[in-house]
Design a binder for this molecule. Structure first.
Ligand SMILES: NC(=O)c1ccc[n+]([C@@H]2O[C@H](COP(=O)([O-])OP(=O)(O)OC[C@H]3O[C@@H](n4cnc5c(N)ncnc54)[C@H](O)[C@@H]3O)[C@@H](O)[C@H]2O)c1
Length: 260
């Protein structure tokens, strides 16, 4: 039996990395997937791959930080399916800067894409879920929400907001059968991680550093995050709400005095 048979699911940032793996796994598990992303070209590629595999996917070009575009996304989904079972708020961008070098434009961009988007999408998802008798929201936060790396303060602020919003929304809608959870990825090996290793002055040193950040001695794979997202989205997680769960190869569990 497929875990998400006949479920309608929106995945933001579904054109690449963790979101792409989530779209593929959701479709394999029977979901009708709506890919919402700013990247039109990559979004259509993944849509076509899923359709070619005999499964259901629709790409809707969406900047999740724009309330107009998010409204358009939800009206497309309503028109096409008339319901929504799952929302995965995954779209996000990173930034590495020393705190006092962050200007207002950086602050707004990071918080609008990473945090405001969760508000904009969830506030339209919830009324549809209420009408359907329930649903599941999975937000993609980060280990930085718990333990920020150097130069990651603003990113950590946006993801800390995502984790807090997850808990608050879970409490608000627990009695209405809407579960809200978050995953906290650690270092995940995406195209960006690959590029940052290749483009660094000493690729081998950077690779060793990235691998040794985890007690498991390797970065995670996008599919390993997607598997936690699918579990939380499914009825297998029926007693889990308001949880922020790391998927980090043990990174958050390690204390500074036991680095190996
Ligand atoms: N990769 C990691 O190591 C890691 C670790 C912790 C958390 N995360 C989080 O996981 C999520 C996915 O990251 P990823 O590594 O797969 O990144 P990625 O860059 O591969 O994918 C992000 C996707 O979001 C899309 N996107 C960016 N801005 C958008 C916007 N305004 N509207 C709609 N779509 C937009 C991009 O086009 C892209 O397809 C992000 O929220 C990120 O912060 C990633």
């Amino acid at each position: 039996m497929q875990l998400l048979y006949n479920k309608v699911a929106i995945i933001t940032g579904g054109a690449s990395g963790i979101g792409k793996a989530t779209c593929q796994l959701f479709a394999e598990q029977g979901a009708k997937v709506i890919i919402a992303d700013v990247n039109e070209e990559a979004g259509h590629v993944i849509e076509q791959q899923i359709v070619d595999d005999g499964r259901e996917a629709t790409f809707v070009k969406t900047d999740v930080s724009s309330s107009e575009q998010v409204e358009n996304l939800f009206s497309e989904v309503q028109k096409r399916y008339g319901k929504l079972d799952i929302l995965c708020n995954n779209a996000g961008i990173g930034m590495e800067k020393l705190f006092h070098n962050v200007d207002e434009e950086d602050w707004e961009r990071i918080h609008n894409v990473n945090l405001k988007s969760v508000y904009l999408c969830s506030r339209l998802a919830i009324p549809i879920m209420l009408e359907n008798g329930g649903g599941s929201i999975v937000n993609v936060s980060s280990v930085n929400a718990e333990s920020p790396r150097k130069f990651y303060s603003i990113y950590a602020s946006s993801k800390g907001g995502v984790s807090a919003l997850t808990k608050g929304m879970a409490i608000d809608y627990a009695e209405e059968n809407i579960r809200v959870n978050a995953v906290l990825p650690g270092c995940i090996y995406t195209e960006q991680t690959k590029k940052s290793i290749e483009n660094s002055p000493n690729p081998q040193q950077t690779k060793d550093l990235i691998y040794n950040m985890q007690p498991l001695k390797r970065p995670g794979k996008p599919e390993e995050v997607a598997k936690l997202i699918i579990f939380l989205a499914s009825d297998h997680a029926s007693f889990i709400t308001g949880s922020c769960i790391p998927v980090d190869g043990g990174m958050l569990a390690r204390s500074v005095i036991s680095q190996d």
